[in-house]
Design a protein around this ligand. Structure first.
Ligand SMILES: Nc1ncnc2c1ncn2[C@@H]1O[C@H](COP(=O)(O)OP(=O)(O)OP(=O)(O)O)[C@@H](O)[C@H]1O
Ligand SMILES: [Mg+2]
Length: 356
């Protein structure tokens, strides 16, 4: 691979380079020290290809500013950016516990509960970004970083957008298309739902140990996202309950209209899948109950106004004796669940009930 920075630079801007962390698709990532505030940082030096065009630079700076304004707890903060020998660099928080890609490589299949909590945090970051009209465009395991305490963070906001500009000019194809949405693969308009699809691919990969599509080359992979039906997740992870197929069918829908409309909705169903709560939802639907114990937000107890005291005669006195506590109405705020098609409870087999 062509490289613009083979020698370890001593400084990039004011940052003292301590070592090279990794080489990514768009440049090198260095571990560095910021002498001004005496902290460790990560400096990403973008290849000249990504640094020369003033249009790309402007676009990148705009995105970096927008992401900085987000200040979300689950997004790797960008501290600074600048130019070093004609190459653009980005300074961000050092998040040194490895990436989700490293983890999938090491462990193959992650536990559903673990991946559900990673997706949950990434989805909350995406929710905040999407609310401001920011689309990430490059959701993939390599862009989910863990700190030393195993807390996950989403990185590389805005970088993909700069890279796309190069793609538009026909210079090169952006990274691996393994996690691309169909609309990205077609070069169409993207919105928040494109990130939702990619997040679904990431979850599928982490749970089953392989992405939904495998192909010989990037073009075939891109076409697979557009044309091919993904396998049912239970073909690769039969231990999952049947409702998992519905969840992944929905998140990997080719048509954005048929997909989960927000990352958080997908994350919630995944969480319910991992906790077994989907079973309670199904049960309550079957029994015609409007509610089930919610996970979030907390239930709100609505006090009922005291009814007029009945004259304590005959049957009324009887009832007062048998009902020593006044029943309170509890209103649950949930569940307009999107776990769909809860057909018959008869199809719940033993394996499913074991999840509870
Ligand atoms: N803020 C950071 N702190 C610590 N290490 C990081 C940080 N950002 C990136 N890295 C490391 O550098 C590697 C390369 O990151 P980089 O973003 O350049 O490439 P990528 O995510 O694999 O692909 P792409 O260039 O498409 O984003 C990551 O896999 C990670 O190991
Ligand atoms: Mg990256």
């Amino acid at each position: 691979m062509e490289s613009d920075a083979r020698e370890l630079p001593r400084f990039i801007g004011r940052y003292e380079i301590e070592g090279e962390e990794a080489e990514g698709g768009m440049g090198h990532v260095y571990v560095a020290r910021d002498p001004r505030v005496k902290r460790r940082v990560a400096v990403k030096l973008l290849k000249k290809l990504y640094s020369s065009d003033p249009g790309i630079r402007r676009r990148f700076e705009q995105e970096a500013e927008a992401v900085a304004a987000l200040e979300h707890e689950a997004i790797v903060p960008v501290y600074d950016f600048g130019e070093h020998e004609g190459m653009l660099y980005i300074v961000m928080r050092y998040v040194g516990g490895g990436t989700l890609r490293d983890r999938i490589r090491a462990e193959q299949k992650l536990r559903l509960r673990d991946i559900a909590s990673v997706i949950d945090r990434v989805a909350s970051a995406l929710g905040a970004a999407h609310a401001r009209g920011l689309v990430h465009r490059d959701i993939k395991p390599a862009n989910i970083l863990f700190d030393e305490r195993e807390v996950p963070y989403l990185s590389d906001f805005g970088v993909a957008k700069a890279a796309e500009t190069i793609e538009e000019t026909g210079t090169m194809m952006l990274g691996t298309p393994q996690y691309l949405s169909p609309e990205q693969a077609m070069g169409g308009e993207v919105d928040a739902r494109s990130d939702v699809y990619s997040l679904g691919v990431v979850a599928f990969h982490a749970i089953t140990g392989r992405p939904p599509f495998e192909a010989k080359n990037p073009m075939a992979m891109a076409m697979a996202h557009v044309m091919r039906k993904p396998p049912r997740i239970r073909e690769l992870a039969p231990e999952l309950p049947p409702v998992a197929d519905e969840v992944f069918e929905q998140v990997l829908a080719k048509d954005p209209e048929l997909r989960y409309q927000s990352a958080e909705r997908f994350a919630r169903d995944l969480r319910d899948l991992a906790s077994g709560r989907w079973y309670l939802v199904k049960l309550s639907n079957k029994l015609g109950l409007a509610t089930a114990p919610p996970t979030r937000p907390e239930p709100v107890a609505v006090p009922v106004p005291e009814p007029e005291p009945e004259p304590a005669t005959g049957k009324a006195r009887e009832r007062q004796r048998t009902l020593p506590f006044r029943p309170r109405q509890v209103e649950h705020t949930l569940p307009d669940t999107s776990l769909r098609d809860f057909d018959d409870l008869d199809d719940l087999d033993e394996d499913e009930t074991k999840l509870l």
